[in-house]
Design a binder for this molecule. Structure first.
Ligand SMILES: *Cc1c(COP(=O)(O)O)cnc(C)c1O
Length: 364
């Protein structure tokens, strides 16, 4: 049997007609940037998240970067980010000229450890960026309490967590702003690059929108030195076709995760841990294993696709040599990078396929 790490085919087959109709609608309108598709998706996505405003942008990295820029974060400032995340979180910080300060995760949840945040705060700290990694919500109550105590902004990285909830409330509604990615592989994916910011702050929303549109508040009037990062009409139309199905598709991921968690019984495997009150959406199902690389080879030989999230922690990446954080100084992130393995997880995986994966893992 051949089981890819991820497949869009089942979802695409199911939604093919509405995706093609979205294309036709935009094509007929001859309007490709700044039209009604962008606006109607923004309204629908803000409503979905339970936020007042949504600003469509070019991608998830821009969503985070423009949020930090709009908050006035700049050179000389520090922003706390988890030591274990996709590099985009840290790149958003360095793009605005600020310094990322890495805080270790709780190894059971893979998410930033709220108890370690306080020790990383200095007089230059301006913001905390919790990342709801793999679709699992961070422990937001203590994070918000610490941020409030020190007057820090919270900008959530929701790129992997569309629809995830913490104590009944959707992620993206806790901080002053939240960045989403609609990269094709994310739980809500476009047919290309796309992203969005959600916020309840009207002034911040206006500023982010202007920053992503050449710093312009109205045509040919520029108040900021902005960027070009807009959600195009085609991607917005595709996203509007998919959004009504997101919860159902997330529920299917939750079902597959439940089957994995119940049926993987090999003692060499550490399964993901979901704390009380967390409603994860399983962007990734991440297991840990001391013999990770051997397990990966073994599964690949059996036709099972896998991935590592992420094989090199950010502080050991070439681009962050200037931060001078030596190997060994962030042991939790390093441990995760050498033991984590992501197994197949996507909408439309059949029972035969999940059983095949489970059986292979249990025989390792
Ligand atoms: C995908 C991702 C991003 C970046 O999104 P893009 O749309 O690819 O720019 C940011 N943060 C995390 C955690 C991600 O997984």
């Amino acid at each position: 049997m051949n089981i890819p790490f991820v497949s869009f085919l089942p979802m695409e087959r199911e939604l093919e007609n509405s995706i093609r109709a979205s294309f036709e609608r935009v094509f007929e309108s001859s309007r490709y940037i700044g039209g009604s598709e962008d606006r109607s998706f923004e309204i629908a996505f803000a409503d979905y998240c339970g936020s007042k405003f949504c600003i469509g942008v070019g991608n998830g990295l821009d969503a985070l970067m423009l949020s930090l820029k709009a908050l006035g974060i700049k050179e000389g400032d520090e922003v706390i980010v988890p030591s274990d995340t996709y590099i985009a979180t840290a790149l958003a910080v360095t793009y605005v000229g600020a310094k990322p300060v890495f805080v270790e995760p709780d190894i059971r949840t893979f998410n930033i450890d709220p108890d370690r945040i306080e020790a990383a705060i200095t007089e230059n700290t301006k913001a905390v960026m919790p990342v709801h990694l793999y679709g699992q919500p961070c422990d937001m109550d203590p994070i918000m309490a610490t941020a409030e105590k020190y007057g820090l902004y919270v900008v959530e990285d929701c790129a992997q967590a569309h629809g995830a909830s913490y104590k009944g409330r959707k992620v993206g509604t806790f901080g002053i702003a939240a960045g989403f990615s609609f990269y094709p592989g994310k739980n809500l994916g476009a047919l290309g690059d796309a992203g969005a910011v959600v916020t309840d702050d009207a002034d911040l929303a206006d500023k982010i929108r202007a920053l992503g549109n050449y710093g312009s508040d109205y045509k040919y009037h520029h108040i900021y030195k902005g960027n070009n990062s807009r959600l195009d009409e085609l991607q917005a139309a595709f996203l509007s076709a998919k959004l009504p199905h997101l919860d159902r598709m997330n529920r299917e991921r939750q079902r597959i995760a439940r089957v994995y968690t119940e049926s993987i019984i090999n003692p060499k495997i550490i399964k993901p841990y979901v704390p009380e009150g967390c409603g994860p959406v399983w962007h990734i199902y991440a297991i840990r294993c001391a013999e990770r690389d051997a397990l990966e080879r073994y599964l690949n030989e059996k036709g099972i696709g896998t991935n590592k999230h992420y094989p090199i922690p950010m502080h050991l990446q070439e681009c962050y040599k200037d931060l001078n954080i030596p190997k060994g100084s962030l042991p939790v992130a390093e441990e995760i990078s050498s033991t984590e393995l992501s197994i197949p997880m996507y909408y439309g995986m059949t029972d035969d396929e999940t059983e095949y994966v489970i059986d292979a893992i249990n025989r390792f």
